[in-house]
Ligand binder design. Structure first.
Ligand SMILES: [Zn+2]
Ligand SMILES: [Zn+2]
Length: 183
């Protein structure tokens, strides 16, 4: 069975983390290996942008992968960016081992609304499936209700579900039988 190490960078609500882990277990037929929480990724902070470099974080996360885990997924409340984009909900290595998901812009309060923990969880589950799916070789899906479809806005996140579409499920089943790892 595939083992996915799950870690946090800075504080993350335990309930949200647990539900994300359960969704990874059911979606990828995996066992979750919970890792010790790490502090805020201060060295990944970009003063000019007042955001955290997703690329720096991803590299660090990869270095934390225990030998017994095929994948490592990090969850953070910090707002992530890559140079060419305003922000990212997360980042992952396609066919690799590491993924990171940010909850910052999945929160209704980020957009000036009241906190909505049910909606936060729903969004977090879709995005953790999306980023982890990339590590299993899944690419962006054209089916806008599939969690592997690309979301650039929170409205696009809300428009999709957390269950993989039939074609992504078939691809995943194939990858689980014939794993490729380009760590
Ligand atoms: Zn993606
Ligand atoms: Zn799909």
């Amino acid at each position: 069975v595939t083992r996915i190490a799950l870690m946090t960078l800075g504080p993350v609500e335990p309930r949200v983390l647990r539900l994300m882990g359960e969704t990874l277990e059911s979606t990828f037929g995996a066992h979750i290996l919970p890792l010790t929480a790490l502090p805020d990724p201060a060295h990944a902070f970009d003063m000019g942008r007042a955001q955290y470099s997703s690329t720096v974080i991803l590299r660090d996360v990869l270095g934390k992968k225990p030998p017994g885990a095929a994948k490592i997924v990090a969850i953070t409340e910090r707002d992530l960016f890559i140079p060419m984009l305003t922000f990212v909900f997360g980042q992952a290595q396609i066919d690799g081992a590491a993924a990171v998901v940010s909850l910052a812009r999945l929160r209704t309060e980020y957009y000036g609304g009241e906190p909505d923990s049910a909606l936060l969880v729903e969004r977090a589950l879709k995005e953790v499936v999306h980023e982890t799916g990339h590590t299993f070789g899944l690419t962006h899906c054209h089916n806008t209700s599939c969690p592997m479809s690309l979301s650039n806005t929170v409205e696009q996140v809300d428009g999709k579900g957390k269950d993989l579409c039939v074609s992504c499920s078939l691809l995943l089943a194939d990858r689980l039988r014939n794993p490729i790892s380009k760590e």
